[in-house]
Design a binder for this molecule. Sequence first.
Ligand code: PEP
Ligand code: MN
Length: 337
Amino acid sequence: MIIVMKPHAKPESVQRIKNMIESKGLDAHISNGKEVTIIGVVGDKSKLNDQNLEIFDDVDKIVPVTESYKLANKKFHPEPSLIKVGNTVIGGDSLVIMSGPCAVESAEQVLATAHAIKKSGAQILRGGAYKPRTSPYAFQGLEEDGLKLMKEAKDETGLSVICEVTSLAAVEAAVKYVDMLQIGARNMQNFYLLKEVGKTGLPVLLKRGLSATIDEWLNASEYIIAEGNPNVVLCERGIRTFETATRNTLDISAVPVIKEKSHLPIIVDPSHATGVRKYVKPLAMSAIAAGADGLMIETHPDPASALSDGPQSLTFEQFDLLCKELRPLANLMGKKF
Ligand code: PEP
Ligand code: MN
C-alpha cells in the first residue's frame, strides 16, 4: 500500500508514520514529490491491521498497491527515476545511446569502436566479455581480459562502459572495471544473480527475458531494487513470438506500458530485436517515437568478421548516419541528442 500525505505535510508527520511502520517490522519508502510525499509500505500488511492510518496527522489517503512489484511501481515513486552512469543521466531530457560490439574481441577493435561511437554522439560503450551463447562451441568471450580492454577504452575516450555479467565471478570481476552492469535476456529470472548485482549498488541494465511478461520483468527489477540498489534501467530487446522473419519481435508497446507502470527508465535494443542490420534504423526510430529514453545498438569495425552477431551490427559509417537521422526525431520528442 501507499500512504499519500497531504500537500506540504510536515516532516515530523512523515517521520512519525515511518517510525510506526518500521516498529511493526515493515519497510517504509519515502518518495518526496514537489508538493506531495508518498510513503510506500513493503512487507506483510496484515501487521498494520490494528492501525487506523487515516487518523495520523497530514495523511490524505491510503491506496492499495495490488501489483506484486512495489519499489519499481510508479505508485510508490510517481516521478521518473534518473539513473546516473558516469557523467550520463538516463531517464532525463537526453537520449542516451549505448553502442559497441556484441563481444570484446581485441584492443584494436574496442578502441576503434569507442572512438567512432563517441564521435557520432553515443555516451556509453557496450561490449560483452562474458557471452551467453546458444552453442557451447561458439566464442564465449575474453572474460576479465575483455573487461580490462573496456576499461582501457573508457580511460582513453572518457566514455562510460557497460558489460554483461553472467555469474557471481563475473560480477566480482566487472565491478573493478565498468560503470554499469548488464543482465542479459537469458538471465532475467536468475534471481540469485539479480540479488548479487543489487548488492553492488552499480547501475544495472536489465534486459527483458526472451519470453517474459512485463509483470515478470518488473518483478525481476524489484529483486535488484529490494537489495537497496534503485539504479535500474530496463531494456526491451524483443520477445519470442511465432514470427521468424526477424530474430525476435520488438514489443514496442512495452515502452508506453512501462512508462505507465514504472518510474524506471526504458531503452530499446533494435539490434537483438531484429538480428538484421537493415531493420535497426526503422526500429530505432520507432523506439524514440514511442518515448524510449535511449537505445542500445551493436557496431563493429568489420561486421563480416565479427565473432558474434555480425549480421545485426552496423559499420561505423552506418551508425554515424543513423545518429544523424535520429537526432531531429529525438529533439521532436523532447530529448536532447
Ligand atoms: C547482448 O546484449 O549482447 C545480448 C546477449 O543481448 P540479449 O541478452 O538481449 O540477448
Ligand atoms: Mn549481441
